[in-house]
Design a protein around this ligand. Structure first.
Ligand code: UDP
Length: 408
């Protein structure tokens, strides 16, 4: 029920010409004292969603620096993942409670998983997000819980149930300081943002002609204006608001196209339901393209949509970080994002895009940017440099190594 994901080695020096000066040397110095440390990363799934995306690139680099890094995920189980998705929503503040039966299932499943790993093989444990929390690996230390969501105003009932598991850890990593959940030990708090991999097939820049050919393959008109949101089909990502914004903008730009690209992640059973609802909401508008991994949209295709769009949207109403924002900025595109969470640290208002609170203001910014391609270009360039400075993978590796050093 725990599955090991194989980690393909990656060469850190390949990033040398892309990242800012001095970072590579800093990583090498930190790594020297950690050489041979055996690190276990545990999370829900190896594909779909931001955490999987992150670990896929981070762990090969971690290994390359000399740490013996291994990655385990939880075997897909729809009942368990339905409960953990509820927990995810509750930790971000949704009202309600888990039933007693759900709590028992969550604990029982975790206990079963706990017996499956020989934790003595490791020197450090890193657990990502709430799904693996009930997996108690013999109260192993040192241990780190990396929380990728905002738990600052959690549902009180569910927080009471879940937070004792969190308190067992020696450190908590949060994306932003303000995401820190109530009652946790302040001294254990560390915070750093996630990052994107500029060398992955998702993020290496594609030629325009290739990107447009991908659009054509999916029935889009490659030379008409296009706005795209790439994200899981999730309430917090507000796909309905995106469609509303598109409809308002379309009044001024009748040939506007909207693509909603969404992966159906194994640990997110809610996605299918939301996808069906959005399709209904789109009312068979021929200029709205709703596509998923099941239609053949993989990392390259996501990249192509990001490269070929005039503007990228991430109109979330809650967002831990939103890797899609950095991915879009890295492609030199302006981004219009929801004025919340991690989006606000990525988009500089009026410089690399806009932060918006309503579909209507989103629509206003869409038409403004479509009418001002020079401005869109300038914003894209500005945004790309922000990502280079703050949100590329080697920086995340550095932050992790620094944290590991605290236990040396
Ligand atoms: N993603 C993808 N295909 C899709 C939708 C999303 O590959 O159809 C990727 C996206 O490019 C990003 C990640 O999934 O790398 C989503 O991470 P983010 O932090 O934006 O959101 P999360 O899913 O973690 O809430």
């Amino acid at each position: 029920m725990l599955q090991e994901v194989s980690i393909k080695p990656a060469d850190l020096s390949a990033y040398e010409t892309i990242i800012k000066n001095g970072l590579l040397e800093e990583i090498q110095t930190l790594a020297k004292s950690l050489k041979g440390k055996r690190v276990l990363h545990l999370n829900a799934t190896s594909s779909g969603g931001g955490v999987a995306e992150l670990l896929k690139s981070l762990l090969p680099l971690m290994q390359n620096t000399g740490l013996e890094t291994r990655w385990f995920t939880l075997t897909p189980n729809e009942e368990f993942f339905t409960i953990t998705k509820k927990i995810h929503n509750f930790l971000q503040g949704r009202k309600g409670d888990l039933t007693q039966k759900e709590k028992e299932y969550f604990l029982r499943y975790g206990q079963k998983l706990s017996t499956q790993l020989d934790i003595k093989q490791f020197d450090l444990l890193v657990v990502h997000d709430p799904q693996p929390l009930p997996v108690i690996l013999n109260n192993f230390h040192p241990s780190i819980w990396h929380c990728h969501i905002d738990t600052s105003k959690p549902n009180k009932n569910v927080w009471k149930f879940v937070s004792p598991f969190i308190r067992r850890y020696d450190r908590y990593i949060f994306t932003l300081r303000k995401y820190f959940g109530p009652g946790l030990d302040y001294k254990k708090l560390r915070f750093f943002t996630p990052a994107i991999d500029p060398l992955s097939s998702k993020n290496t820049l594609l030629k325009e002609v290739y990107a447009k050919a991908v659009l054509k393959k999916f029935g889009l008109h490659p030379d008409e204006p296009l706005i795209t949101q790439v994200s899981r089909f999730d309430h917090w990502k507000d796909p309905w608001g995106v469609i509303d914004a598109y409809r308002v903008a379309k009044r001024k730009m009748p040939n506007l196209q909207l693509a909603l690209i969404g992966v159906l992640a194994i640990d997110d059973p809610e996605g299918k339901v939301i996808l069906a609802d959005i399709k209904k909401y789109a009312k068979e508008d021929p200029n709205i393209f709703i596509l998923t991994n099941l239609d053949g949209v993989g990392p390259l295709e996501v990249n192509a949509f990001q490269c070929a769009s005039n503007i990228l949207l991430q109109k979330s109403i809650k967002e831990g970080f939103g890797l899609t924002v950095s991915e879009a900025l890295w492609k030199g595109k302006p981004v219009i994002g929801g004025n919340c969470g991690g989006i606000t640290v990525q988009i500089k208002q009026g410089k690399s895009g806009y932060l918006v609170n309503t579909p209507r203001s989103c629509a206003t910014k869409i038409t403004h940017l479509l009418k001002n391609p020079k401005l869109a270009l300038e914003m894209g360039e500005y945004g790309k440099e922000t990502v280079r400075e703050k949100f590329l993978m080697p920086r995340l590796l550095r932050d992790y190594l620094k944290l590991f050093q605290e236990f040396n």
